[in-house]
Structure formats: structure tokens, C-alpha cells
Design a protein around this ligand. Structure first.
Ligand code: ATP
Ligand code: ZN
Length: 211
């Protein structure tokens, strides 16, 4: 019996996900096969996937576990359990508006066109604040949308804020603070749960050592 863990194939969470496994004393030969690999000293198989696909795979049980940003977990809204926060991949999902805009609160978003790759989270945020706005779902380079006249505001991930600044934008509302989390399938059997508990024990020890 092995657990199948899905991690990001490449991108911001890849290296830290691999590093976490190493720190847990789990050796994976991260080389030849770019789709999956096996740990040599722990009952774990690691799949490399696009982060957006990970919640679905975990819900379906194609993977038992996954490492993704909380932002992706919320946007995809799948039936999975968040087991542990992992302390890396920290960022916030924020609404940004043109620097020159006189922004004083959420009500100023009323009737604006907001470009984002997070339509579900933005829609939820607007509803909670009783704001009617137009959501324009785009798949990337969200920060350039206001500059080319595609939108009046954006909602995107921010860490330092330098990308916003370079595009003439300023952060107006923080919708969500996010970090990488370990998610799990809801229907793990006893044997699978036992392996997860073992992994969790190590992850917690690694986190404790860092504090
Ligand atoms: P993929 O090819 O897997 O779909 P991606 O382009 O969607 O990758 P990345 O940019 O690699 O995703 O980001 C992955 C995750 O890293 C984000 O979903 C978020 O949780 C986290 N993250 C941390 N800081 C940032 C940041 N400054 N900008 C974007 N994402 C960040
Ligand atoms: Zn992605």
C-alpha cells in the first residue's frame, strides 16, 4: 500500500514541495520520469501535475493527497479536506485598481469590470459585499488588463506588490491570505490514513523545528 501525492509539476510551489519531502526524510529520485516518481524509503508515490488540476484529482481519488495553494482549493471548490498548512507559497489574493483612482472602499467597485483568473472567489466576495460588478475571466497576464482597456480593476495574486506597481496599479482589497496546504481525499481507508498520519507527524516536526 502506497499513498499517491500530487504536487505542482513546475512553478512557484514545486521546489518547496520537494524540499518539504526531503526535510521529512523522504527520498524521491527527482529525475527521469517527469510524470511520477516513487519514494525509496516511504510508502509514497509522487505525481507531477498542474496546480489547477490537483483538487479534482484528489476529489476523484486519482491522487490521495495534494499540495496546492489555498487560493486554488477555494477557487476549485472540490470535496477534499485541508489537512495541514505548510508555511510556504505565501501570497494574498487582492483586488487592485489604477493608481490614480480615488478608492475609498468596496462600494467603489460597483459596476466596474474586474479581470481575474479567480472568478469563483471574486463572485463570492462581491456577493458578500452586495456589489454588482462584471467579472471578466482571463487566463493570464491579468495585471495588464486595465492598461489595455479590458477592465477597470483586477483581482490577482500578490506577494510584494511590485508587479502591480509596475503596471500602474495599487492594492485596494485583500480578499484572501493564502499559503500552500496539504489536501486529502475524503474517503481514505484505515491503511491510507495510517500512512497519512505518519507523514503528518513528520511534517509537524519539520514545521516545529523551524519555529
Ligand atoms: P501551473 O502551471 O501549475 O498551473 P501557475 O502558473 O498556475 O502554475 P504559479 O504561478 O506557479 O501557478 O503559482 C502557484 C501557486 O503559488 C499559486 O497558486 C499561489 O498559491 C502561490 N503563490 C505564492 N506567491 C505567489 C505570487 N506572488 N504570485 C502567484 N502565485 C503565488
Ligand atoms: Zn495554475
Amino acid at each position: 500500500m502506497k499513498l499517491k501525492l500530487a504536487i505542482q509539476k513546475s512553478g512557484r510551489l514545486h521546489d518547496d514541495s520537494i524540499k518539504l519531502l526531503k526535510e521529512c526524510g523522504i527520498d524521491i529520485n527527482n529525475g527521469v520520469n517527469r510524470l511520477k516518481t516513487e519514494a525509496s524509503n516511504f510508502p509514497l508515490e509522487v505525481f507531477f501535475l498542474r496546480d489547477d488540476d490537483i483538487p479534482q484529482y484528489v476529489e476523484d481519488g486519482v491522487a490521495d493527497l495534494g499540495i496546492v495553494g489555498e487560493n486554488v482549493v477555494m477557487e476549485k471548490n472540490k470535496q477534499v479536506q485541508v489537512v495541514e498548512k505548510l508555511g510556504f507559497g505565501k501570497c494574498r489574493l487582492s483586488v487592485a485598481v489604477p493608481k490614480a483612482m480615488d478608492y475609498s472602499g468596496v462600494q467603489d467597485l460597483h459596476k466596474l469590470r474586474i479581470a481575474t483568473t479567480y472568478p469563483v472567489i471574486v463572485d463570492d466576495f462581491l456577493k458578500k459585499n452586495s456589489i454588482t460588478a462584471e467579472i471578466h475571466e482571463i487566463s493570464g497576464s491579468v495585471e495588464i488588463a486595465p492598461g489595455i482597456g479590458l477592465a477597470d480593476a483586477i483581482c490577482d495574486l500578490v506577494s510584494s506588490g511590485s508587479t502591480l506597481f509596475m503596471n500602474g496599479l495599487k492594492e485596494a482589497e485583500v480578499i484572501l491570505k493564502s499559503e500552500a496546504v496539504l489536501i486529502a481525499n475524503n474517503g481514505l481507508n484505515a491503511a491510507q490514513q495510517q500512512i497519512l498520519d505518519k507523514l503528518l507527524f513528520r511534517i509537524k516536526a519539520v514545521k516545529k523545528a523551524k519555529n
